[in-house]
Design a protein. Sequence first.
Length: 350
Amino acid sequence: MPRTPQPRDAAVFGVDLGKNVFHVVGTDKTGAVVQRLKLRRDKVLAFFETAAPALIGMEACPGSQWLARKLQAMGHTVRIMPAQFVKPYLKTNKSDTLDAEAIAEAVTRPSMRFVPVKSVDQVDIQALHRIRDQMIGKRTALINQMRAFCLEFGIALRQGVNFFKADFPRVMADEDNDLSPSMRRLLSDLFEDLQRLELRIRTVTSEIEALVARDDVARRLMTIPGIGPLGASALLAAVGDGRQFRRARDLAAWLGLTPREYSTGGKQKLLGISKRGNTYVRRLLIHGARACLIHLDKSRHRLGDWLVGLQGRMHPNKVAVALANKMARMAWVIITKPGALYERQDPAFS
């Protein structure tokens, strides 16, 4: 069995992650390369166990969070970076070793933006959300396919999950329509698949809601209008303690809820929202904002006058995004300040 290579005296290590092979480049305090090596997965932890505490950089990708937690437990300082921010430090050609060298250089930049290391609980909650979102997509695809099959026999069903579930049993019970016996059997099997998928979605949703009920920060987040159990847990899974953002606007910008800017020559030009960052969390916030616009009692809420003013001069979609931006800012305050919560206040009447 080959021996694990011994680490040299390096202040910074850049690690290019792989499924089975990892490329590591070590540099000294001046940035000069002192070590280049290739490690199998089963040798990586053993190598860094014998290394002196150092700054270790890696790109954000599947497996980076697990390795970061392991290396932090060994006493190393670990920084994870988005791959697009490392790319400018890659010189000339591309190889795994050159990628690791670029990572080692990028991680030392004071202006670099880093991805926080997630806890195991954050990863678990994020996985539940991703599975739930995937199953909802499958449900939509299944319903669309069943509606298309029915259209082939002259049967048009209303759009929407609830309308479909109400109409479909009546279609199957109607013996006078043009459905063939073969198609009836196929649609019956697909409807059973839909029911099993619905049960699985409800189970995952209940699991998320149970986790939220036990978390103090999540419960305080739900005091914000438009944020429910899904939005609160998704926010916490994505941002953690929120300390990576210096102010509330940074969180809103990271979620892509602020305008893109293309300014030059002293002329400011603002475009539509940037749609950067976590698309799933942004979607939940905007859906929550749309619900607020419909159900919030604007006459008895301090947000009412502001929303009424926006609705009088803006498109409803812009109003929803503006409200989602405000919700994200309020969420940052609640996440970063212990005990903070949203307190509804009646508007002042003159």
